[in-house]
Design a protein around this ligand. Structure first.
Ligand code: DAT
Ligand code: MG
Length: 149
């Protein structure tokens, strides 16, 4: 099993998509193991988006991601990292396929509703920014024996 990091961004929270995002993950059979609502300060935003420092969209990105509360989640399941990335869709919602979160709800790349880790290294790094060991719940959903063979 893998654990990935997903975050409902400020526009997703403002537009009322927390429940929609959680529902999609639950319906897929994934298990939330940690969840937290918070507003990122500039330092935390810089740490999260360190790989994009210096790019022309970096400052607007920091402004956007710190502009309101976000909901951070740890999501566990078989192949959860690529599975969740696929459910989120392409970075620019204009390129994201219908059926993906960005493809169903977004238009502009700077308002793309959710973040999801893109690799096991990013997942580990990003989870560590948002969560401590004691934030995680160890349990199994009762239906998992029907989700996995
Ligand atoms: P993703 O969020 O799909 O992992 P990313 O890591 O390349 O995409 O970029 C992080 C965020 O930065 C992305 O969600 C939106 C913004 N961004 C990326 N490329 C951009 C661009 N060309 N113009 C404006 N914003 C961009
Ligand atoms: Mg990324």
């Amino acid at each position: 099993m893998e654990t990935t990091f997903l975050m409902v961004k400020p526009d997703g929270v403002q537009r009322g998509f927390i429940g929609e995002v959680v529902s999609r993950l639950e319906e897929r059979g994934l298990r939330m193991t940690a969840m937290k609502m918070m507003q990122l300060d500039r330092e935390a935003a810089k740490e999260h988006y360190a790989e994009h420092e210096g790019k022309d969209f970096y400052e607007p990105l920091l402004k956007y991601i710190t502009s309101g509360p976000v909901v951070a989640m740890a999501v566990k399941g078989n192949s959860a990292i690529s599975l969740v990335r696929d459910m989120v869709g392409e970075t620019d919602p204009k390129d994201a396929k219908p059926g993906t979160i960005r493809g169903d709800f977004g238009i502009d790349v700077g308002r793309n509703i959710v973040h999801a880790a893109d690799s096991s290294e990013s997942a580990e790094r990003e989870l560590d920014i948002f969560f401590n060991g004691s934030d995680y719940q160890e349990y199994k959903r009762v239906e998992e024996s029907w989700v996995y063979e």
